[in-house]
Design a protein around this ligand. Sequence first.
Ligand SMILES: *[C@@H]1O[C@H](CO)[C@@H](O)[C@H](O)[C@H]1NC(C)=O
Ligand SMILES: *[C@@H]1O[C@H](CO)[C@@H](O)[C@H](O)[C@H]1NC(C)=O
Ligand SMILES: *[C@@H]1O[C@H](CO)[C@@H](O)[C@H](O)[C@H]1NC(C)=O
Ligand SMILES: *[C@@H]1O[C@H](CO)[C@@H](O)[C@H](O)[C@H]1NC(C)=O
Ligand SMILES: *[C@@H]1O[C@H](CO)[C@@H](O)[C@H](O)[C@H]1NC(C)=O
Ligand SMILES: *[C@@H]1O[C@H](CO)[C@@H](O)[C@H](O)[C@H]1NC(C)=O
Ligand SMILES: *[C@@H]1O[C@H](CO)[C@@H](O)[C@H](O)[C@H]1NC(C)=O
Length: 633
Amino acid sequence: MRIHQFGRLMLLILIFEMMLLQLVGGTDVDEDTVDIFELIQRVSTGLGKAWNDNNYLPLEGVIDQIHHMEEHQTKYFPIFIDTLRHKFDAQSLLSNWITNVGDIADIIVQRYQLMIYYNKYKDNVQQDMVQIFANWTVQPRPSSIVHSVEKLHNSAYGKDDLTQSLFSKLVVEYETDLKQVCALKRSAHQFAYDLYSMTTLTEIKGYITLVFSWMVLRDRGLGNFTDQMSQMNAEHQQRMLDSRQILRKVLRYTGRTYWRCDPQAGNHVLGKTYAEITRLMQGYLENEINLSAESSCYETCEDYQDARVEGCHKDTICKDEMKCTGRVHSCRLIGSEMNVCHGNETTLRRYEFISYDNGDRRECRGGFKQAKSFSYHGFWRCDYCFCLCDEPAALSDRFFSLRQTISDFQQNKVVTGARFIKHQRVFYLQLQQGELLPSGLINQSTLDWIPLQTFDVTHVDIRSGFDYHELSRKSRSLDLDEITTDNDSLIVTGARFRVIDNHLNLEVRFSQLNFTTGRLLQPDVNSFWLGNNANKPREKLRLKNPDKSSRTPYGSAPLSTDNQFMEFISSSIDMDAAQSTVPFIDIQDVVTNPALPISGLGIYHKGFKGFGGFFAPKIVTFNFLKQLLEPQI
Ligand SMILES: *[C@@H]1O[C@H](CO)[C@@H](O)[C@H](O)[C@H]1NC(C)=O
Ligand SMILES: *[C@@H]1O[C@H](CO)[C@@H](O)[C@H](O)[C@H]1NC(C)=O
Ligand SMILES: *[C@@H]1O[C@H](CO)[C@@H](O)[C@H](O)[C@H]1NC(C)=O
Ligand SMILES: *[C@@H]1O[C@H](CO)[C@@H](O)[C@H](O)[C@H]1NC(C)=O
Ligand SMILES: *[C@@H]1O[C@H](CO)[C@@H](O)[C@H](O)[C@H]1NC(C)=O
Ligand SMILES: *[C@@H]1O[C@H](CO)[C@@H](O)[C@H](O)[C@H]1NC(C)=O
Ligand SMILES: *[C@@H]1O[C@H](CO)[C@@H](O)[C@H](O)[C@H]1NC(C)=O
């Protein structure tokens, strides 16, 4: 009797799997294109059909699909919660969520695993055990599966007021919590989808376990359970609709911008995490006698607003290798007597620090030099002036490439990330590219950084204003914009800088894609450049007496918004002897994990009050969910 029954089961499973294959369109379906919404659909259609046809459960097929989905999730949307348990404050909503919802989910997942086991070793498992399992699963009592699925859903999405759900609160908290954004490397939009998928996958597992149980009970001749099954189906459908609805609502106000956090405090490394503009406006101490064309001291420091250093007077602190060979400006008197600790060539600092106070206990490796006003022809005083030196020479890195970068669209590659890079004194905005796949995904094994088109600014054929922009006292602003579009069939395929009103200004190239096929649509014809042409006047962001950016003990937060600009200026005279040009430039990769197409690119300023901060690129992740969530027309 039993053997006979098992033979029947095996046959039914076989039949069902063939049916399922037809359902999903054959074995050559690319699993990568299966999204969670499609999975929900396939699972309920498949199981519903099996139930109605009085087949036994199509377990292998469905379990395989769930498994593929999870692999897909780990590849594109890593299930991260567990690995992050320890990173967040115990009081945070996320920790609570992990504890409560995580526990319920554990019960469901354990039962699901047990079901897989029973199904796999059905020939060896005692049938009583399976029946007890099934009976327990469907009983409406605490900690049974029926109950757990309900509880999980309600804890995540709320029962009554959907907008007040834990789910939406978590997403809001994520977006405003630097620690979470920095740890996960995803936009809030992606995070919302992660949470949703995790919850939904668990709910689906619960649902499958329930269907399995009803089928076992029916197969044992304990009833036909038509009513129970249809009630359970209805509840499941309702839950799926509810959560999808909430996801859609939440995504409407959730940002898709991803920016890169600072390295851990104290781990800013020159050349690795940031780079500097050098000797654009560097603090420079010079005696008036050597600022004056007549070698006199008849004027005041403030009179020197655009001067040349005429020479090195023998009584002054000036050292030839430290002499400003460009123009000095913004001179002023800062004291009549001070101790100067010189820097050295490797750090490009003229001074490590300047001390105005005899009680200063700082040490100076090379020994202090005293700078003291002296009298001139008995009557005039020759003072030391503190000026800024603008020295466009070999030690000054102040160039931005104006050449465009375009992804290899012939190979169907699109931009997935960006970073600043300094090469031979020139800054470039380098782009990462990857091959576009259907459903707005990227083939992760094709990712590469588009090779720079480098050049040597001193070469005769390389032209200022064409190949590069050279920062100067008159032209040293960077426009801060996020260039993006609302059109979900456009994605980024290139970027370049241009100069508008003496400001460096970002332009981004967009191309049209077919979401379903994952192909760019005639990118050589259908692409265009977009920038912020500033119809409204730009707002100037100012730094107040900023210390060197890399000295900040705090993580930077984005401080700029669109349609602003900021100038490169010298760092604080008091704190840094104005030796650095700030902001610094963050050169870390800005790429989400995993990489996705982007529908926008921007330049912004991040920092912390009192420090120079960093300019950095940011990206806007592609809204692939919109196409999946909106009903197809
Ligand atoms: C299922 O469990 C309930 C409650 O424990 C019990 O009364 C019932 O007899 C069980 N049914 C079967 C078919 O095992
Ligand atoms: C299931 O059983 C109920 C009564 O127990 C009966 O009315 C119904 O017709 C049965 N349904 C099927 C599909 O056999
Ligand atoms: C500045 O100092 C140098 C060296 O001492 C001296 O030769 C030169 O005459 C001075 N410059 C002027 C303009 O006097
Ligand atoms: C320059 O300064 C750096 C940092 O203070 C030091 O490590 C280096 O040895 C100095 N180089 C010379 C040539 O003095
Ligand atoms: C991804 O790229 C690799 C290497 O180019 C290729 O072998 C593979 O087939 C691609 N995968 C998809 C899904 O296109
Ligand atoms: C999106 O852009 C494409 C190409 O420029 C255009 O054909 C299409 O009409 C736009 N769609 C919307 C909704 O604006
Ligand atoms: C995208 O490709 C699919 C499949 O080839 C096609 O049916 C659809 O019309 C295309 N959409 C657009 C906007 O070209």
